[in-house]
Design a protein. Structure first.
Length: 339
């Protein structure tokens, strides 16, 4: 059986590390990557070909697809929420124009090959926008079509990327006189905050949780930029990777929507600190809310309704809150820092 060829953008990021390791371990794929920064040597060894470049560089993307027939694209490259607020024009160019470039590449490949090309798109709970804390409390577990009024550039970009994917999957060039074979099989996941024990956080507004953990493991004090009672959904990075792979492998006819909520647990920031203190009794966390960042997090839901993902393709997180800390986060962080 011939190897599947997978293109991964943003491959040197937190999610890229885990995804490449999982795909390489299967032995059934040929991995092509693109990122602004070259990967670590250990990661590069797991890839067939590594490109250092920008998803805004359309000629580079064209040169990749002139060389390889792709089976799937995992479009992980993005400017994350905090940096996106500070540089909104850059965020738009990367998160929107870059996504458009990859969708154009996908549809071109699909038509050349006469078959659907899967396009895996990590979206975010940042696409939601609740107006205030009473509304957030009342909303509870938010469904996919509720509260789609993002208040951040990142959320706006991600919601638009979802709509672009829907267009390319179902309505692309709908006025053409002839329908051509091949199309984009767009599949999106709205990730909650992701917590990794093996890579350092890189600028997400939900990164207060992993930052708290990594600082505690290094015996460094941490000033948390949200209130102790702040609550949003989270999951471990391994569950995030597994969700992407599980959705990618699902039968198309089983899927009832282009984008799915997924969730695992939703502790408050204070509850997270309590769990960290059990493993690192000397950990010192102070809660010093940054009112602007706090406002962003307060606009995200307490939790998400992921019943569609559970029904359509069998989503189940492996890690609840207790197991996430006891079996994954604490042991791995202790190994990382030699505690």
């Amino acid at each position: 059986m011939s190897l599947k060829t997978i293109l991964i953008t943003g491959a040197s990021g937190e999610m890229g590390h885990g995804l490449i390791s999982h795909l390489a371990a299967s032995g059934s794929v040929r991995i092509i990557t693109i990122d602004l920064y070259p990967p670590e040597k250990e990661l590069e060894a797991k890839c067939h070909k590594v490109y250092t470049g920008d998803v805004k560089d359309f000629p580079l993307l064209q040169s990749i697809t002139a060389t390889y027939d792709l089976d799937a694209i995992y479009h992980l490259a993005a400017v994350l929420s905090t940096k996106a607020e500070r540089q909104p024009a850059l965020a738009h160019r990367v998160n929107v124009d870059g996504t458009l470039n990859l969708l154009e590449i996908a549809v071109s490949q699909a038509r050349q090959q006469g078959r659907a090309i899967k396009f895996m798109y990590p979206s975010s709970i940042a696409i939601y926008g609740l107006p205030d804390l009473p509304a957030k409390e009342k909303a509870g577990r938010v469904k996919e079509m509720e509260w789609l009024e993002p208040r951040t550039m990142y959320g706006v970009n991600k919601l638009y990327g979802e709509n672009l994917g829907r267009y390319y999957a179902h309505y692309y060039r709908q006025l053409d006189s002839e329908t051509r074979a091949g199309g984009v099989d767009f599949r999106g996941l709205r990730f909650p905050g992701l917590i990794s024990a093996t890579t350092v956080p890189t600028g997400g507004t939900s990164d207060y949780a992993p930052e708290m953990l990594h600082q505690a493991a290094q015996n460094e004090p941490y000033a948390c930029f949200v209130r102790a009672d702040t609550r949003i959904p989270f999951m471990t990075m391994p569950d995030g990777i597994n969700a992407l792979l599980k959705l990618e492998s699902a039968l198309r006819e089983k899927l009832t929507r282009p984008v799915y909520n997924i969730g695992a647990f939703n502790p408050s920031a204070g509850e997270g600190y309590d769990l960290i203190k059990q493993a690192f009794p000397e950990a010192v966390v102070t809660f010093v809310p940054d009112l602007r960042r706090q406002g962003i997090v307060d606009s995200w839901p307490l939790d998400v309704d992921d019943s569609a993902a559970r029904a359509d393709w069998g989503w189940r997180p492996e890690y609840d809150l207790k197991r996430a800390f006891e079996d994954y986060l604490i042991p791995a962080v202790k190994r990382r820092y030699g505690v």
